[in-house]
Ligand binder design. Structure first.
Ligand SMILES: Cc1cc2nc3c(=O)[nH]c(=O)nc-3n(C[C@H](O)[C@H](O)[C@H](O)COP(=O)(O)OP(=O)(O)OC[C@H]3O[C@@H](n4cnc5c(N)ncnc54)[C@H](O)[C@@H]3O)c2cc1C
Length: 517
């Protein structure tokens, strides 16, 4: 790919629209709807053959709040100085517009909205002002099979269906299998359009009002991850389309970056079939049964490092957000990563409790895999290994038997005492591991979604390295997420809605640069 194939400056365009939106996940769909409703002719580009991005795989809950000040305090604490107050403030203001917006959207197909009460994950002031807004049912649409190319955590498919029906009802042009490659600017750096590569080869498309990047993060770009993260390897949980293209395009025209170190992730298995490209995240009982209170559900497993020792509280407040962080250790004296891979161990009682893994994906080339209820299919296919004795278990892990025996003994003693003094796991979540056979699986870091990317301001304008807006370049969603430290579950999706609406409205309000020449 050379600059000559996609030159920054062009003499003539192949076609023109008012607004180009790159990426057809939630952020792209909302941006396109908002720009269209503000009077712009919109072209929505998607590089994959199907819509949905990572968004369609998600739980589908938009995180909202009942109290502005409480939400602001909570989000300021969870961002720990990584995002300016005015940007957090714009997000919080947007939270209070989302319900009305979604109520308008569902008129297209009579989908049912539910509110799910759920406090924030971390104990900062304001955590109890939060709830989720979800789409519970879409008449005539089956959330499990409605998108054959995708499996979602819960209601992500329902929300996608509502958005897709709105895009279609408005007659917004969508071009699939068409990748945005490079931005086109005027001589002064103002963004005038972009190059795409699709079935008809490269085309230069003029965006008379501007471009919105909504093309996700870099979950599927391990080379980029190596440059920004110590932790490696990290496997994507769901989707191959997000390869950091928006970050590349924006930095090419001068964008500054933020939050590149931060990703929403966890720990999980790799499939024994190398053709299955995604990691499979470990799931706790509350992940399967939302009604179960987080700190009161038994977790069937412990994690052991390569020496056979426990090294983390397996049951952090929000395992799906920070579960990978304790794996991020490099021991300079041995130049090894003792926790990668690490090992999940359950006993016979734990195996029977509930499925250990949950599969989600958006990929038409993947053969769907269903994790078995009793975890026995995974013993047969080699994701888990059955060990009749502690000696077998030590051999499978590759650790010293005495070390492993000591770890199991300490754990069972802590369970009997109801207190994990060593690592602080919540008492009600603890279950002894003492009934053979044992089952063990290799555990790896997993990225659900990245948070880093181009910096933006309250209007979703992409800022350059000096904090100045790059003219006519906007972004929405996780491509340049505002979450820079800890993440509020559901807030990536509300960010798609809030940022997408702002970006769509703002870009549509601009004068046509072509007429202004
Ligand atoms: C299993 C799982 C569960 C999750 N659950 C939740 C949840 O419940 N709540 C929550 O808030 N967050 C959740 N997240 C995170 C959340 O889903 C994402 O952060 C969010 O959906 C990102 O939306 P987006 O529109 O920015 O990106 P995406 O939905 O990923 O869309 C980006 C689109 O851009 C396309 N694209 C990429 N490059 C190009 C290009 N060059 N040209 C054209 N198109 C391009 C991609 O193919 C993709 O379709 C979850 C993530 C995972 C993996």
């Amino acid at each position: 790919m050379t600059g000559q194939k996609f030159p920054r400056l062009v003499e003539a365009f192949d076609e023109s629209v008012d607004v180009i939106v790159v990426g057809y996940g939630f952020a792209g769909a909302v941006s396109a709807i908002a720009a269209h409703d503000a009077g712009a002719k919109v072209l929505l580009l998607e590089k994959m053959a199907d819509p949905g991005g990572i968004s369609v795989c998600a739980g589908g809950g938009l995180r909202l709040s009942r109290d502005r000040d409480a939400a602001f305090s909570y989000l300021k604490a969870t961002n720990d100085g990584t995002t300016p107050d005015d940007v957090i403030g714009a997000f919080v203001d947007g939270m209070f517009e989302v319900e009305d917006f979604v109520a308008e959207l569902v008129k297209v197909n009579n989908a049912e909205i539910v509110r799910v009460e759920r406090p924030g994950n971390y104990p900062f002031p304001g955590y109890d002002s939060m709830y989720f807004l979800e789409i519970d049912k879409v008449p005539g649409f089956d959330r499990e099979t409605g998108y054959p190319h995708a499996r979602s955590l819960r209601n992500g498919t329902n929300m996608m269906k509502v958005l897709e029906d709105n895009v279609t009802a408005r007659g917004i042009e969508v071009r699939f299998s068409t990748a945005a490659e490079r931005l086109i600017t005027g001589p002064d750096g103002e963004v005038h359009g972009l190059w795409v590569e699709g079935v008809n080869g490269p085309r230069a498309i003029c965006a008379k009002r501007g471009v919105i990047l909504a093309c996700g993060g870099f979950e599927a770009n391990q080379a980029m991850q190596r440059q920004y993260w110590q932790l490696n390897p990290v496997y994507s949980a769901a989707f191959r389309g997000n390869t950091g293209d928006g970050i590349r395009m924006a930095t090419d025209v001068g964008a500054g970056l933020w939050h590149m170190w931060h990703f929403h992730g966890s720990y999980g298995f790799r499939h024994s079939d190398p053709n299955f490209p995604f990691a499979i995240r470990m799931k706790r009982l509350p992940d399967w049964v939302p009604e179960v209170r987080e700190t009161e559900a038994v977790m069937s497993w412990i994690l052991l490092d390569r020496r056979g020792r426990r090294f983390m509280n397996e049951y952090e407040p929000y395992v799906q957000d920070t579960g990978h962080r304790a794996l991020d250790v490099m021991d300079p004296s041995t130049v090894q990563k003792p926790n990668i891979p690490c090992f999940a161990v359950v006993d016979e009682e734990g195996r029977k409790m509930y499925p250990l893994g949950g599969v989600v994906f958006n990929d038409r080339d993947v053969t769907p895999y269903e994790w078995s209820a009793d975890n026995l299919k995974e013993v047969q296919n080699g994701i888990l290994t059955k060990c009749d004795t502690v000696e077998d278990l030590a051999e499978t892990i590759g650790c010293d038997v005495a070390e492993l025996e000591e770890s199991l003994h300490r754990w069972d003693k802590a369970c009997a005492a109801g207190q994990d003094e060593a690592l602080g796991r919540p008492p009600k979540t603890m279950a002894p591991i003492k009934t053979p056979p044992y089952y063990v699986g290799e555990i790896w870091p997993v990225v659900s979604n990245t948070q880093g990317g181009p910096v933006h301001d309250t209007k979703q304008r992409v800022l350059n390295a000096y904090g100045e807006p790059i003219p006519r370049l906007y972004e929405a969603g996780e491509v340049g997420s505002i979450w820079g430290h800890l993440y509020l579950s559901g807030a990536n999706l509300s960010e798609c809605f809030i940022g997408g609406r702002i970006a769509g409205r703002e870009v549509a309000s601009l004068e046509d640069w072509y007429l202004m020449r």
